[in-house]
Design a protein around this ligand. Structure first.
Ligand code: NAI
Length: 465
């Protein structure tokens, strides 16, 4: 196989940035060039103060500090990076389509196709193209069509190498992955050689037994399958949380009891206000769309229910706040603790906090937000994006503050939206003293202890209790 000197990654986002930083750290002899068309994002990656990089992940800034301008480079010079690269990772966003056929369901592949066309135009030497983005099964076929019909005689091998990292633990997941999956053209010598080349990159730090190779379609479908199964577990336990609330069962006790069954396993059984993040919903909708396109209506309905349950969980949490506060929150102050979709990330995409706040705004509540990592402008942008309230109303009714204590001052209720560790050790006594009475707390993450919070005087609502 070929000795790799240059890797290019198109897309400097939550996947491209951390993944390439780790490759650069583990493969010091390879030059890794991450390119993006978003100039301000690239500028932030290059910020002399490494704490200002655009993505917060524990351990990421240290690796960037070590590798940046050594063998890790960020720029907007997409053509140049493509031209020099032996391997090109495509790590651009693949959001749900917001228009046309498949609107609200199918993955929008326009960014992927633009990358393919740009590669086809620029490449003068043979390249290995790696699908890092999560893509519908058989996308590699479309990429191949585009790349092979441009007539400059360059040979492209297309691999699928989906990313399984979870935000919040991205660096640990990348350094010590459960497995690396590489799909390729297993029937040809060129395909096998390309797969081996990518295996060799990962083998710098991942044990060979954990590097799986499959055909391209299995690899593409495995990523959608993994996300569907993970999200399904959350919706399953959340469905039980509602039964628990009505019957006196406790969802953590149920989760523990079933989790000790080795066939079920104990992970990913934490009930909450619903999953967020850019991937689960988008990837399941995509799976539903693919199933429908294949004429598999029952399969589509089965997976769609995971989303329906998740939307229900967010909505019933919001409705419960209004109902518990005597059916009106108009003019009342509700403190939102946490805005990110989970702890240890600054990513807010599809965060439950957005939907719950949007609902509370419709009920004319004043919303006070505190999150340790999310920027104020992001919070306003998230609410504006939903389009239910105008920018002026949002800026009037939503305030963003710098501490949890401040958010809770003069509040009628607190909603715990993200499981940030610092929320577990707040001075709840003094928070209680500063609130309107009765002081309500709604824990959407099950981080608070019902008995001790009640002992302080709070009226406590924990999802799944
Ligand atoms: P992101 O939105 O954070 O980053 C994508 C970047 O690609 C953006 O900065 C955008 O400006 C850039 N881009 C788009 N078109 C471009 C072009 N033609 N040329 C250069 N740059 C371009 O997205 P994220 O979260 O990194 O996700 C990327 C892919 O990885 C998606 O398909 C996603 O489903 C998948 N994925 C995401 C995970 C996550 O935890 N966020 C985990 C595993 C997979």
């Amino acid at each position: 196989t070929k000795t790799i000197k240059n890797i290019c990654c198109i897309g400097a986002g939550y996947v491209g940035g951390p993944t390439m930083a780790v490759i650069a750290q583990k493969c010091p002899e390879i030059k890794v060039h991450v390119v993006d068309i978003n100039e301000s994002r690239v500028a932030a990656w290059n910020d002399p103060n490494v704490e200002h990089i655009p993505i917060y992940e524990p351990g990421l800034s240290e690796i960037v500090a070590e590798t940046r301008d050594r063998n890790l480079f960020f720029s907007t010079k997409v053509d140049e990076a493509i031209d020099q690269a032996d391997i090109i990772f495509i790590s651009v966003n693949t959001p749900t389509k917001t228009y046309g056929i498949g609107k609200g369901m199918a993955a929008d592949l326009k960014f992927i196709e633009l990358c393919a066309r740009q590669i086809a135009r620029v490449a003068k030497t043979d390249k290995i193209i790696v699908e890092k983005s999560t893509l519908p099964v058989r996308t590699a076929e479309a990429l191949k069509d585009i790349l092979h019909n441009t007539g400059n005689g360059v040979n492209f091998q297309i691999l699928s190498n989906p990313e399984f990292l979870a935000e919040g633990t991205a660096i640990d997941d990348l350094l010590d992955p459960d497995r690396i999956l590489i799909g390729g053209d297993t029937h040809t010598a060129e395909g096998q050689a390309a797969m081996q080349t990518l295996v060799d990159v990962y083998a710098h730090w991942v044990p060979k037994a954990q590097i799986l190779t499959t055909n391209v379609w299995s690899s593409e479908l495995s990523k959608l399958t993994a996300n569907a199964f993970l999200a399904q577990r959350i919706s399953s336990i959340n469905a039980m949380s509602e039964i628990c609330e009505k019957t006196g069962a406790n969802v953590d006790e149920v989760a523990r009891a079933i989790g000790m069954d080795s066939r079920i396993g104990s992970k990913f059984l934490k009930s909450s206000v619903g999953f967020g993040g850019s991937c689960f919903q988008k990837d399941i909708l995509n799976l539903v769309y693919i199933s429908k396109s294949l004429g598999l209506q029952e399969v589509a309905d089965y997976w769609e229910q995971v989303i329906i349950l998740n939307d229900h969980q967010k909505l019933r949490f919001a409705k419960n706040i209004v109902k518990t506060l005597y059916n009106t929150v108009s003019g009342k102050q509700i403190a939102m603790l946490g805005w990110a979709f989970k702890k240890d990330t600054n990513d807010t995409r599809e965060s439950a906090a957005i939907y719950v706040s949007d609902y509370l705004l419709s009920e004319q509540a004043d919303v006070i937000v505190y999150d340790p990592k999310v920027k104020t402008e992001q919070i306003y942008a998230d609410l504006e994006y939903l389009g239910h309230h105008d920018s002026e109303t949002i800026r009037q009714r939503v305030k963003v503050v710098k501490t949890a204590k401040e958010a809770c001052q003069n509040a009628h209720a607190i909603a715990v939206m993200t499981e940030w560790d610092e929320f577990k050790s707040l001075d709840w006594k003094s928070i209680y003293d500063d609130m309107y009475k009765p002081a309500f707390v709604f824990d959407g993450r099950r981080i608070l202890d019902q008995t001790s919070m009640e002992a302080l005087g709070f009226n406590v609502n924990i999802i799944g209790n």
